[in-house]
Design a protein. Structure first.
Length: 111
């Protein structure tokens, strides 16, 4: 099993909690962490923007990454939400086993 960390941004804590809870309840991710207090600076539609956002970090199997991305896109209020998956290259083996148990890979879940 290969695992990934999904980095997701949201406009506020409530939306991040809603998305994180849905991903865990649907067993697409094993865990979701919500981190308040981020400031994002970015270019959108030709203008520089600066906004407060919340970071959602989720841990799951690589095989579920596309399903996570699609589900976040369905739940998110942004037109173009940030959803990125980074491979976990080293980790506590017990933690990886826990991810495997809590986010079981099922072919019918693939988008």
């Amino acid at each position: 099993m290969s695992a990934v960390v999904c980095y997701i941004t949201a406009p506020d804590r409530d939306e991040a909690l809603k998305i994180g809870r849905a991903l865990v309840e649907e067993r697409l991710v094993a865990c979701a962490n919500v981190l308040d207090g981020m400031t994002s600076i970015y270019r959108w539609e030709g203008a520089i923007q600066q906004d407060s956002e919340v970071v959602l970090i989720a841990k799951t199997r690589h095989e579920l990454s596309e399903s996570v991305i699609e589900r976040v896109r369905e739940l998110h209020s942004y037109d173009c939400p940030c959803v990125i998956a980074w491979p976990i290259t080293a980790a506590n083996p017990d933690y990886l086993q826990w991810i495997e148990k809590e986010a079981p890979f099922r072919r019918d879940m693939i988008v």
